[in-house]
Design a protein around this ligand. Structure first.
Ligand code: IMP
Length: 200
């Protein structure tokens, strides 16, 4: 069934993370889509990301925010999958070093677990859920790379200072937001969402 988003349309991003909001706003702007976020709806509840998969968490957030605001809603969930750790931290990336872990705690835990490990291959994987009433769609984007020995750069967030995308000598945190968006897991997932809307 066709997705009816008038252009320029308004879409709600089920996130309060300023880095994500800005990244997505940049990606959607050329398509005339205005992005609202949970920051525009302070009475909304925080959705617990307690599902065992990225898909489950993304859908849970997008469903709640669609029904709360009535706006077509996008939600993403991202995991860092490290080969030598059998895909961990994956869906638990935000809470890798504990419930209240900071980005720095998580990065330190990761570097500790990979100490003396030669295989540093990793992949970021993002699932985006788009929910508009009965209509639900999932989009995926991935970015292959490696975990560096030490953090480098001060752009971006999360594991960016220790993730070097394949084919680059810089970490994500050393790239501009624009450069990161072109190759990132989230950028790719958003592009497949935009392709879907264009083709609809
Ligand atoms: P989220 O729940 O989708 O926000 O992602 C889970 C965790 O993955 C976040 O807390 C970040 O630590 C990490 N993360 C998500 N996206 C990125 C990214 O683009 N770069 C670096 N880390 C990220």
């Amino acid at each position: 069934m066709a997705v009816k988003i008038k252009k320029p349309g308004v879409i709600l991003l089920a996130s309060a993370n300023l880095h994500k909001i800005e990244e997505l706003r940049q990606l959607l702007l050329p398509f005339g889509i205005i992005l609202k976020s949970t920051r525009d709806f302070p009475n909304g509840e925080e959705v617990d990301e307690d599902q065992p998969t990225l898909e489950g968490n993304a859908l849970k957030k997008a469903r709640y925010w669609n029904s709360f605001t009535g706006l077509p809603s996008l939600a993403d969930d991202t995991g860092l999958e490290v080969e030598a750790l059998n895909g961990r931290p994956g869906v638990y990336s935000a809470r890798y070093a504990g419930q209240k872990a900071t980005y720095i705690d998580n990065v330190e835990k990761l570097l500790g677990e990979l100490e003396n490990q030669e295989n540093r291959k990793a992949r970021f994987r993002t699932i985006i859920a788009f929910v508009q009433g009965e209509e639900e769609h999932l989009f995926e984007g991935a970015c292959e790379g490696e975990i560096t020995e030490n953090p480098k750069g001060d752009q971006g967030f999360g594991y960016d200072p220790v993730f070097r995308p394949e084919g680059y000598s810089e970490t994500f945190a050393e790239l501009s937001a624009e450069e990161k968006n072109k190759i990132s897991h989230r950028g790719r997932a958003v592009h497949s969402f935009l392709e879907f809307m264009k083709n609809d």
